[in-house]
Design a protein around this ligand. Structure first.
Ligand SMILES: [Ca+2]
Ligand SMILES: [Ca+2]
Ligand SMILES: [Ca+2]
Length: 141
């Protein structure tokens, strides 16, 4: 399927550019996900944030496609399951689109919103995200 949204391609490109210069500060990823640049993440933008985070960490060659080798680290059956759950068309590659669709289906952004949206305005600010990750044990890698 070649129906990748231009927005998502842009996201992937920014992700690879950022990764290339090894900028690890969370605000950059926040800016990537904040598509409408209003300095806060809507539910859908939060979903992109979570997905690009996973891709930035695991998509070794930064092509926006994750192979099983890139995803499954070691012999973790949980990782294998997670990979299969996201690979909707069963071609052994998880694209960023598949990961976004999975994130939406699972309500991953909802969970993040529920735990990180301190002022309950339904949007995540950079400060709220930072506070959330700072409060978690170990950052997601
Ligand atoms: Ca936004
Ligand atoms: Ca696939
Ligand atoms: Ca908020």
């Amino acid at each position: 399927m070649k129906t990748t949204h231009p927005k998502l391609i842009a996201l992937a490109l920014v992700a690879s550019a950022v990764a290339a210069c090894q900028t690890t500060a969370p605000p950059n990823r926040f800016e990537q996900a904040d598509v409408n640049h209003d300095k806060s993440l809507s539910m859908d933008e939060a979903n992109s944030y979570l997905v690009t985070e996973v891709f930035a960490a695991r998509d070794a060659n930064k092509d926006g496609r994750m192979t099983r080798e890139e995803w499954v680290v070691g012999n973790d059956p949980g990782q294998e399951k997670a990979f299969k759950a996201r690979d909707l068309n069963k071609d052994d590659v998880v694209t960023i689109d598949e990961a976004l669709a999975y994130g939406r289906k699972q309500g991953m952004a909802k969970k993040l919103m529920a735990s990180a949206d301190n002022n309950k305005d339904g949007m995540l600010s950079a400060e709220e995200i930072q506070a959330y990750y700072a409060s978690k044990e170990g950052s997601p890698r």
